[in-house]
Design a protein around this ligand. Structure first.
Ligand code: GLV
Ligand code: MN
Ligand code: MN
Length: 415
């Protein structure tokens, strides 16, 4: 059956994510990489806009290049329920991290529209552009712009090829004008794959998210002395890559040693100039530190940075550390969690609450309105990996829960 013939519902949401995981919606051969403002991103926006329109929405692109579909409510200017997730991916990522939440939002509108149903509030489905930070040295630019928490200084960035955000946008419109007006947002709902093993281990399809862990990222530059790999005696070297190797191990040791929910990752490292016969002159790497509690994250980050300075000093290396991303822990709204639990129970699902170690656009939207998240089981808890998998049956359950949640939110507005 072709994509256009698929009946509405969870299976179609999954099939649409699968369709978006290949060229022209991916910028890499043989896998999925869809970074913000690339040709693959534009191609994906175009088809998703068509799906939004067919579901009954008016579609626009905001000044941060988010795609937004609006389904009017019964009352003229009531604040909107925003349902959102992200269209970008990590490099060689899975098909569902991000797009599934958008596709389920579109399916929810399609279901309401098919019944001619209008809620007491409009619903806007946001396909956010940059959640992963896969292109520019910043993450969640687009939901921060929408939430009104993005500092204008954050816009002076360039990707690895030196293309600035302004150039990539090809627009002179004010990026920060993507901010939603105060009072224009009733609540934010995001459905997302769990990206962890808890639901699967407990035989559950879906769960209510209680909140999102605090996260912080650093960019570290280690400077040494470039030299000839054949002629420079070992005792004379100031090798920043050997130093960075010790630093990477220190990152792991600090997080392990905390014996808590603290996690720390070096996910990118680059040695320059990068040749087999050259001792590198400079190394750059990133550190990502997270915990459900800000104080634990901060303590671990402090310990990591202290070890890095120690290692650099002991090896006579220069070292510069820049904080490039910092988000506080973000609790979901208690009343909306109760509503989600009730929707789970009404859909015949056991009620289970769980915390999110992964970051989500909901963290930023929390500055604007109360937030709710629904997690969906994924196979073996695998994510940020092409092996990511979601069962269509679970997506269908998630859709029913989302519709139940919307229903309850409507009732709470009426009462
Ligand atoms: C997003 O996937 C994140 O948690 O880094
Ligand atoms: Mn992700
Ligand atoms: Mn995601």
């Amino acid at each position: 059956m072709s994509l256009t013939d698929l009946p509405p519902g969870g299976a179609r949401a999954v099939a649409r994510c699968d369709a978006l995981a290949v060229a022209p919606f991916s910028d890499m051969q043989g896998g999925l990489f869809r970074a913000y403002l690339t040709p693959a991103y534009a191609a994906a926006q175009e088809v998703v806009a068509g799906w939004m329109e067919r579901a009954g929405m008016q579609v626009r692109r905001d000044t941060a290049a988010n795609l937004v579909g609006r389904y009017e409510g019964a009352l003229g200017h009531a604040p909107a329920l925003v349902i959102g997730s992200h269209l970008d991916s990590v490099r060689d990522g899975g098909a569902y991290d991000g797009p599934l939440g958008i596709m389920l939002g579109i399916e929810a509108i399609a279901a309401l529209n098919a019944q001619g149903r209008r809620l007491p509030f409009p619903i806007e489905v946001y396909a956010f552009g940059d959640e992963e930070g896969s292109r520019f040295p910043a993450a969640m630019l687009t939901s921060r712009a929408v939430a009104g928490t993005l500092d204008a200084a954050a816009l002076d960035i360039a990707d690895a090829a030196g293309v600035t955000l302004a150039e990539a946008l090809a627009s002179t419109r004010d990026y920060l004008a993507a901010a939603r007006a105060p009072g224009a947002t009733l609540a934010y709902l995001e459905a997302h794959i769990e990206q962890g093993p808890v639901l699967e281990a407990e035989g559950l399809a879906v769960g209510t998210v209680t909140g999102i862990a605090a996260q912080r990222r650093y960019a570290v530059t280690v400077g040494g002395m470039a030299g000839h790999a054949g002629t420079t005696a070992m005792r004379l070297r100031r090798d920043p890559l050997a130093g960075a190797a010790a630093m990477v191990l220190a990152v792991e040791q600090v997080a392990r040693g905390d014996d808590s929910d603290v996690v720390a990752t070096v996910g990118m490292i680059e040695a320059r100039p990068g040749a087999p016969n050259v001792i590198p002159g400079e190394v750059r790497f990133t550190i990502d530190v997270r915990s459900g509690a800000e104080d634990r994250r901060d303590r671990a980050a402090k310990a990591i940075l202290a070890r890095i300075v120690e290692i650099a000093d002991a090896r006579g290396l220069d070292c510069a550390v820049e904080r490039i991303h910092d988000l506080a822990a973000s609790p979901c709204d208690p009343a909306l969690m109760d509503m989600m639990d009730a929707a789970l129970a009404a859909a015949g699902q056991p009620v289970r609450r769980l915390v999110s170690g992964a970051g989500h656009d909901a963290m930023n939207m929390a500055a604007l309105c109360p937030t709710a998240m629904l997690f969906i089981r994924c196979r073996d808890g695998i994510s940020h990996n092409p092996a990511e998998h979601v069962d269509a049956a679970d997506a269908e359950i998630a859709l029913r829960v989302m519709l139940g949640f919307v229903e309850r939110l409507g009732e709470s507005c009426a009462s």
